[in-house]
Design a protein around this ligand. Structure first.
Ligand code: AGP
Length: 614
């Protein structure tokens, strides 16, 4: 998963490329590079490590004349994160440069063929092989566009690739297959990038490329063709309302903190246009689903945090929506040949809409004749465009690699879907529980806004006391089991402390053997039907000298007394709303521990914002 950007227009290209790469750093940052044409020659500058290494190299380079160029930040899939593997990569004759996001699965076969023809390679990457293949095709093609297309038709796998050559000064070509790529159309200029923030200060007019499309960009003149036969393709220009403010840090130390604090607005935005009436007459409208038949069973498929959101929502979809629901991790679902019936539906949940395993699960479900609902955040993403129907979480750009507001928006939307399906039920159904939940959701933004500031303070206090732990248990039951999994995921991916999320009823089936004073437990003991059970599980941990942080709720103004080392008291709330209050507590605890330990909070090691490779 890498960040790519291309520019053609009237401004000096290289500063724009570097600025755009900074906004894409969350997509990949183990090396970076740019290519531009200068006095008829192809110039390539690249560096291993953070983008600042590239910038210091560029500082000594006179490139102010170039008004077209390509830039790349890398997250290694083939080859070590060292300079020779950084993009851009050149053809054998050095006459063209490409940058690439994705994996060319048959690159070794092509490389062997080219080696037999005398090609020599400087890197271990599949991308360099593709550059050589385009150069090879160029010798048998009438023009660069044809050569580009012919090479790509031979490449199997995922690619978003951008090409530049002095043969056609000021022009860049771009093409995509199963990896994100979009164009930003400005005045007298055009960008191509893997993600909208790369060019947001310059334009919000966006053209989303589809798989199997190839674009030719020359200033504000752009054309899109079908890769198959280079026939012209009509495209629409979409106005994206996100402004730079939405993609900037807003004065917070990290994107992650900003995005945690944004959650009241995220709930508001996710609800907007979807609740009608008020009080006992409050109802949901989800027009996107109206023409979609109510499934006899719903299979939720996702990865990581999105999976945890689905697990959290299953209970609501069943109990309120009346829909039998099961879950699968996408990377398992796609290889287990699941039994799916035409009257069932698969719901894939993905913030980025580009997660390879989730996209593969979508395609498998469709192959099996099952309808697919996409629950996504990124407009026009691959999953959004390939699902039979897409429902957007409307959470705005999530820049931090650790997913926070995305889960909040996914939970909100799943709760709405549960109420929506409840409204469409034909069996005897008491709407009161659903209406109560909807009213709780409507009141949630204000409730969240009220608790978040003091929540950060409490999280920081606890972080100081527990940051030296070598391992952590997160325990919960019912919907709190899903929150426990998410809390553990946050702690491990941000602070690199080992953490396990567990259904607390499972502790006695083995894990309790791990409990000792160096292996603390964060128990979610919210005021729900399962509180008494969780309370006894906490006693089991305490009896073995385990240190416990209990996340509890006031009831009638009084917090329960569980005899634990630390109680983190949340305000009274509807059981569904309580999860939305507990979620930021878990996020902020992990954030404070990671920040206290000096970790790279927005770009944790080894992680990428969306995993577009399997
Ligand atoms: C969560 O903090 C991680 N960044 C990761 O688990 C993420 O949720 C997962 O990769 C799924 O991403 P998606 O929602 O974009 O598909």
């Amino acid at each position: 998963m890498c960040g790519i950007i291309g520019y053609s227009g009237h401004r000096p290209a290289v500063p724009l490329l570097v600025e755009g790469l900074h906004r894409l750093e969350y997509r990949g940052y183990d090396s970076s590079g740019v290519a531009f044409e200068q006095a008829g020659k192809l110039q390539v500058v690249k560096a291993a490590g953070k983008l600042s290494a590239l910038e210091s190299k560029l500082a000594s380079n006179a490139f102010h004349l170039a008004t077209a160029g390509i830039g790349h930040t890398r997250w290694a899939t083939h080859g070590l994160p060292v300079e020779r593997n950084a993009h851009p990569h050149l053809s054998q004759d050095g006459k063209l440069a490409i940058i690439h996001n994705g994996i060319i699965e048959n690159f070794q076969e092509i490389k062997d063929e080219l080696l037999a023809k005398g090609h020599t390679f400087l890197s271990d990457t599949d991308t360099e092989v593709l550059a050589h293949l385009i150069g090879e095709e160029r010798e048998h093609s009438p023009n660069l566009r044809e050569a580009f297309a012919r090479a790509l038709r031979r490449a199997h796998g995922a690619y978003a690739v951008v090409l530049l050559s002095p043969e056609e000064p000021g022009i860049i070509y771009a093409a995509r297959m199963a990896a994100p790529l979009l164009m930003g159309v400005g005045v007298g200029e055009c960008f191509v990038a893997s993600d909208i923030p790369a060019f947001l200060p310059y334009t919000r007019e966006v053209v989303f490329l589809e798989d199997g499309e190839l674009a030719r960009i020359e200033g504000s003149k752009w054309e899109v063709f079908s890769l198959a036969d280079l026939s012209p393709v009509e495209k629409t220009v979409n106005h994206v309302p996100w402004d730079m403010q939405a993609a900037a840090k807003d004065g917070y130390k990290h994107f992650m903190l900003k995005e945690i604090m944004e959650q009241p607005r995220v709930v508001t935005d996710c609800l907007s246009g979807r609740l009608v009436g008020q009080g006992d007459s409050l109802r949901v409208q989800l027009g996107e689903l109206d023409a979609f038949p109510v499934p006899s069973r719903l299979h939720i498929v996702a990865c990581g945090t999105s999976y945890n959101a689905g697990l959290w929502g299953r209970e609501l979809l069943e109990n309120i929506g009346g829909i039998p629901t099961d879950l699968d991790i996408a990377s398992e679902f796609r290889y287990r040949d699941p039994i799916l019936r035409p009257d069932e539906a698969v719901m894939v949940i993905s913030q980025s809409g580009e997660t390879a395993d989730t996209l593969a699960a979508l395609r498998l479900a469709k192959e099996k004749g099952c309808k697919v609902i996409g629950l996504c955040n990124v407009v026009g993403s691959s999953i959004a465009r390939e699902a039979d129907v897409v429902v957007y979480t409307q959470a705005g750009p999530e820049i931090s690699v650790a997913s926070t507001k995305a889960m909040c928006s996914q939970m909100t939307l799943i709760a709405l879907m549960a109420a929506y399906y409840g409204q469409r039920r034909t069996d005897a159904f008491d709407p009161s529980a659903s209406v109560k939940m909807l009213n709780a959701l409507a009141a949630l933004p204000a409730q969240l806004a009220a608790v978040l500031p003091t929540m950060q303070e409490r999280a920081a206090q606890l972080a100081l006391r527990f940051a030296s732990s070598r391992s952590f248990f997160y325990l919960g039951r019912g919907q709190c089991h899903a929150l426990a999994l998410e809390g553990a995921l946050k702690l491990k991916e941000l602070s690199y402390i080992h953490a396990e999320g567990y259904a607390s009823g499972e502790m006695k089936h083995g894990p309790i053997a791990l409990i000792d004073p160096q292996f603390p437990t964060l128990a979610l003991a919210l005021d729900d039907a399962l509180f008494p059970k969780v309370k006894s599980n906490i006693q089991e941990v305490l009896a073995r000298q385990g240190r416990v942080i209990a996340l509890v709720q006031e009831k009638d103004g009084v917090a329960p007394e569980l005899g634990v080392e630390e109680q983190w008291v949340l305000p009274e709330a509807h059981p569904v709303a309580a999860s939305f209050l507990a979620l930021p507590a878990l996020q902020l605890f992990s954030y404070c521990v990671a920040d206290y330990l000096g970790k790279d909070v927005d770009q944790p090691r080894n992680l990428a914002k969306s995993v577009t490779v399997e």
